[in-house]
Design a protein around this ligand. Structure first.
Ligand code: PGA
Length: 241
């Protein structure tokens, strides 16, 4: 059975005070959402403690946005899997296009991070996707296939989530046609050994397009940036029809 996972990616937004304010508003808004929808908040490291405390006893799962491959060491600015699990973290985003673009993340380091996450019991959310230039050059399929081949070497597909995020649709308000997102996600699924991997779509997901996105047969959930920052918007997404 493929699990429905609705995940928010707060990126580098929200102080602890703002995170607390969000939760006070958000939690009651998702009371009536069907139980089989997993709701995940991937928050900045500094918000993990406060969000974990406020989640106690409710259905939201805690997520982080990066993890290093070593257990400890001289890696200034990085964080290890055991540091995250100690804070109650269950999910971690790996290979987001912003990390690939601005912080030198490669398929090799993505693969190392995925392995470390799984070794410590975290469920990685692996992000793949093409740039506008690659799409215009008709390279989308090859780019996605290459990323999957390199990123997933030695990875356990029983404990994995994949997010297809066309880079040109992230934070731009520019939507990937839902049928096209569904097609690429079908392609991703055809390359996996486990047909039950949850595959999300990400890129300008909003309350007003979520119903259409979740109605697609291949799409099992969403990874939401901008619209996960406002309680009403993210609740509107979690409560899709
Ligand atoms: P967006 O971001 O929803 O703001 O487009 C998605 C993401 O980066 O995961």
């Amino acid at each position: 059975m493929r699990k429905v996972i609705i995940a928010g990616n707060w990126k580098m937004y929200k102080t602890q005070g703002e995170a607390t304010e969000f939760l006070m508003d958000f939690v009651s808004r998702i009371d009536d959402a069907p139980e089989n929808r997993e709701v995940v908040l991937c928050v900045p490291f500094t918000d993990l403690t406060i969000v974990n405390k406020s989640l106690h006893g409710n259905r939201i799962r805690l997520g982080a946005q990066n993890v290093h491959w070593e257990d400890c060491g001289a890696y200034t600015g990085e964080i290890s899997a055991s540091m995250l699990t100690e804070m109650g973290v269950r999910y971690v985003i790996v290979g987001h296009s912003e990390r690939r673009q601005y912080f030198g993340e490669t398929d090799e380091t993505v693969n190392l991070r995925l392995k470390a996450a799984q070794t410590h019991g975290l469920i990685p959310i692996l992000c793949v996707g093409e740039t506008k230039q690659q799409r215009d050059a008709d390279e989308t399929e090859q780019i996605i296939i290459n990323q999957l081949e390199r990123d997933l070497v030695g990875i356990d597909q029983e404990r994995l989530v994949i997010a297809y995020e066309p880079i040109w649709a992230i934070g731009t308000g520019e939507n990937c046609e839902v049928s096209e997102a569904d097609r690429v996600i079908g392609l991703i699924r055809s390359r996996l050994s486990n047909p039950n991997v949850t595959i999300q779509y990400g890129g300008s997901v909003k309350p007003n397009n979520i119903d259409e996105i979740m109605a697609q047969p291949q799409i099992d959930g969403v990874l939401v940036g901008g619209a996960s920052l406002a309680a009403a918007d993210f609740a509107g997404i979690v409560n899709y029809k």
